[in-house]
Design a protein around this ligand. Structure first.
Ligand SMILES: Nc1ncnc2c1ncn2[C@@H]1O[C@H](COP(=O)(O)OP(=O)(O)OP(=O)(O)O)[C@@H](O)[C@H]1O
Ligand SMILES: [Mg+2]
Length: 448
């Protein structure tokens, strides 16, 4: 859950929510002159609706969102989707409120593509409110990227504020990295996840009107069935500085352990604050440790403080690399990723790399094949069977039911057998090489 350092005071930008209606064409779309002297659509930003005097109604809002294809749902429709917000559909809860799994298809509304969805319900007594809901609608309604979770629609009816997203079957990175039951994420999967998040941040920072995400952390990185990562939670996102302006000044918001030190000190927000948070996530992926962990000895509780000095000392890197990887990583890749994390975590924002440099640094790491193999590895074939392969080419096969997801769910089932055949290993480890061979080489492609 986001530990908000300090809340901005927000006001209701919309003059009052009305019963949900279908969007209609509106003339209120902000337009700008482009180079070719033609009128073109300009992305609506949070400030366009927050400025006093610009009173955009809900209907205007939905039609003003450039490129948006958002559905405006009624609360009744959301009840149908989620089986009346049934406990059995509960996915989790964060600062915004509870999240439920649901399903949409054209029985609900003609033209809707049949698919599972995640429905987030604003908790009216919680720490977040209409401002966060609006930020999600405005940013996610207009920004589209393969590594950005897709907002399908929203509901703003009376006091209800809900958001409907594409469903991400493997949940969030925090659970996959830190929950005891989760199978260990292999090295290349970690790099693939980091790369997806980096590509999304680079996209946001390089928009014509740059966006600062402000809340990058493991729990906000969601995972698709192939471990492709997508950023979610745009409640704290904000328009970045433009032109000659170096930063914007805001109340300090974000999550303890991820927020950049200069932002905490001064309230000055730049894209480099996102780069710092990315460095923290990269460090979590490298070490398998949480950014703040009160259960560790005092000097190890703050991950950045403990690990950053060691990131440049290649000979001491083994001391901090996640032991659950059991040495199955590219030595070259670890060195480069560690150096990158070191740079992202610099106390001087100007010394940090831009997100596009981060992307360029991470991409080649997926190609490094100097990965040591452990004695047993687990493969997942296309038809959903698990195979345990020993390096001596002795195979153990276990038929398993087909499941739509790979990861802890499957591995938990296979645990008993694995303990028997691999007694010295405490946790389940996928081998990148064999796993990727089983799933196809597309996992290697940074485009995925
Ligand atoms: N699109 C989605 N698909 C699947 N699960 C989701 C989706 N969005 C959120 N979840 C799950 O819902 C739970 C709550 O998510 P939410 O983003 O509200 O809170 P959080 O990230 O845990 O905390 P915070 O308030 O700090 O962001 C998490 O377990 C998350 O994995
Ligand atoms: Mg979240």
């Amino acid at each position: 859950m986001a530990l908000v350092l300090k809340r901005v005071s927000w006001k209701y930008f919309l003059p009052g929510c009305v019963k949900a209606k279908k969007p209609h064409p509106s003339s209120s779309v902000p337009r700008v002159q482009d180079d070719s002297n033609q009128m073109s659509m300009r992305r609506l930003s949070l400030s366009d609706v927050s400025n006093t005097g610009s009173q955009i109604s809900l209907n205007d809002l939905s039609s003003s969102l450039v490129g948006s294809n958002l559905h405006i749902f009624t609360h009744k429709e959301l009840e149908v989707m989620t089986n009346s917000f049934s406990k059995s559909e509960f996915l989790g809860e964060g600062g915004f409120g509870q999240v439920y799994k649901g399903f949409i298809d054209d029985n609900l509304r003609p033209g809707l593509k049949a698919q599972p969805v995640a429905v987030k319900v604003l908790d009216l007594n919680g720490s977040q409110g209409h401002r966060e809901w609006l930020a999600e609608v405005i940013f996610l309604g207009q920004l589209k990227h393969p590594h950005l979770v897709n907002l399908i629609g929203y509901c703003c009816e009376d006091d209800h504020r809900l958001l409907v997203y594409e469903y991400m079957p493997l949940g969030n990175l925090e659970d996959k990295l830190f929950k005891n039951y989760a199978a260990t994420l292999p090295w290349l999967t970690r790099i693939k996840i980091a790369l997806g998040a980096a590509q999304c941040l680079a996209f946001l920072h390089e928009e014509e009107k740059p966006v600062i995400y402000r809340d990058l952390k493991a729990s906000n990185i969601l995972l698709d069935t192939d471990y492709s990562s997508k950023l979610s939670d745009f409640g704290l996102a904000t328009d970045g500085p433009q032109g000659d302006v170096s930063h914007i000044t805001t109340c300090v918001m974000g999550t303890e352990g991820y927020a950049a030190p200069e932002y905490i000190k001064t309230g000055h927000l730049t894209a480099m604050c996102d780069v710092y948070s990315f460095g923290v996530v990269l460090l979590e992926l490298l070490t398998g440790r949480k950014s703040i962990d009160k259960n560790r000895p005092r000097r190890e509780q703050d991950l950045v403080e403990w690990a950053r000095p060691l990131l440049k000392e290649f000979r001491r890197l083994e001391q901090i690399i996640d032991p659950r990887l059991e040495g199955q990583y590219s030595t070259e890749g670890v060195k480069k990723a560690a150096l990158l994390a070191y740079q992202c975590l610099s106390h001087h924002p100007r010394s940090r790399p831009t997100m596009s440099t981060v992307v360029k640094t991470l991409q080649p790491l997926l190609e490094l094949n100097d990965i040591r193999m452990g004695s047993f590895v687990c493969t997942v074939s296309n038809d959903g069977n698990l195979t345990y392969v020993h390096n001596n080419a002795r195979n153990y096969e276990q038929k398993d039911e087909k499941r739509e997801e790979i990861g802890c769910h499957r591995l938990r089932k296979g645990r008993r057998q694995r303990r028997r055949i691999r007694p010295s290993r405490s946790r389940d480890v996928y081998s990148d090489t064999v796993l990727y061979k089983a799933l196809g080489t597309s996992l290697y492609s940074p485009r995925n």
